[in-house]
Design a binder for this molecule. Structure first.
Ligand SMILES: C[S@@+](CC[C@H](N)C(=O)[O-])C[C@H]1O[C@@H](n2cnc3c(N)ncnc32)[C@H](O)[C@@H]1O
Length: 253
């Protein structure tokens, strides 16, 4: 993804409106509420914060001690446009970034998909190392290979995860999963059908990888509203679901 300026431009423009980002941000806020109640002054690091949509949302919700890092100059420039306290940091070098600072919360959403195990284990260990006692790591990740589609190609995703991957990756880094769920379960079938169709088109050569488009575009307002309503209802009614294109986790030490 790093270097694909047009993807950052789309994210910057749409993350405040698009149902998927909006709901992911709500899930993070819900996890913060569950862990810390009404407290708003715990220190929060968004690692791989992209164009800053989550930090902006949390700032609007009254959270006061926010920090972000990202390894893309495009992303950092967008965050600075929003006057967010974000620094350019390659997550492979996280240990060198303000080494004495620790956080109550670290969020790392849709970043692990750019790391193979050899780099991911040191990254998760470095994130765990930056958590204060009682702190939490919140992480959303692309799930299940069945959902691999044009979006993955367009934004350079190298892997998708299932829960057992984290059961293997978290303990050596000193982390325990506190809660997790796949989402959206309800929308799985249409999403998987679209993605499988995309895979078939690529296999048959009807589309080329160079033409692949990301999912970051705004559908019509009624569809955007309806999809947001569906994922919100799912979160309320089904606290833990067994399948979906994302895996949302909260982990502690
Ligand atoms: C799919 S975006 C997710 C952005 C944001 N977390 C969100 O949920 O919208 C992945 C982000 O990870 C960042 N990233 C990928 N590899 C990185 C690395 N090695 N160091 C720092 N950031 C990295 C990219 O620049 C991008 O902003």
């Amino acid at each position: 993804m790093i270097g694909r300026s047009e993807e950052y431009e789309k994210m910057f423009r749409l993350e405040g409106q698009l149902w998927w980002y909006r709901h992911l941000h709500e899930r993070v806020a819900d996890a913060l509420l569950r862990q810390f109640g009404k407290k708003r002054d715990m220190s929060i690091l968004d690692a791989g914060c992209g164009t800053g949509g989550l930090l902006l949302f949390l700032r609007q919700m009254g959270y006061t001690r926010l920090r972000g890092i990202d390894g893309s100059t495009d992303a950092v420039a967008c965050c600075h446009d929003r006057e967010l306290p974000v620094s350019f940091v390659n997550l492979n070098d996280l240990a060198d970034f303000e080494p004495t600072v620790t956080y109550d919360v670290i969020v790392c959403n849709d970043v692990f998909c750019y790391f193979l195990d050899a780099d991911l284990l040191p990254l998760i260990a470095a994130l765990a190392n930056r958590l204060k006692p009682g702190g939490i790591l919140i992480s959303n990740n692309n799930a299940f290979r069945a959902f691999r589609g044009e979006h993955d190609l367009a934004v350079g995703i190298v892997r998708r995860f299932v829960l057992s991957d984290f059961e293997r990756l978290l303990p050596p880094c000193g982390l325990k999963r506190q809660s997790s769920t796949y989402w959206s379960f309800v929308l799985s079938l249409p999403i998987v059908l679209v993605r499988q169709w995309q895979q078939l088109q690529l296999k048959l050569g009807w589309h080329t990888p160079a033409e692949a488009m990301s999912d970051v575009y705004l559908p019509s307002p009624w569809l955007n509203k309806m999809l947001l309503g569906i994922v919100r209802a799912e979160q309320k009614l089904l606290t833990r679901t067994p399948f979906g294109s994302s895996l949302f986790m909260v982990c502690g030490k």
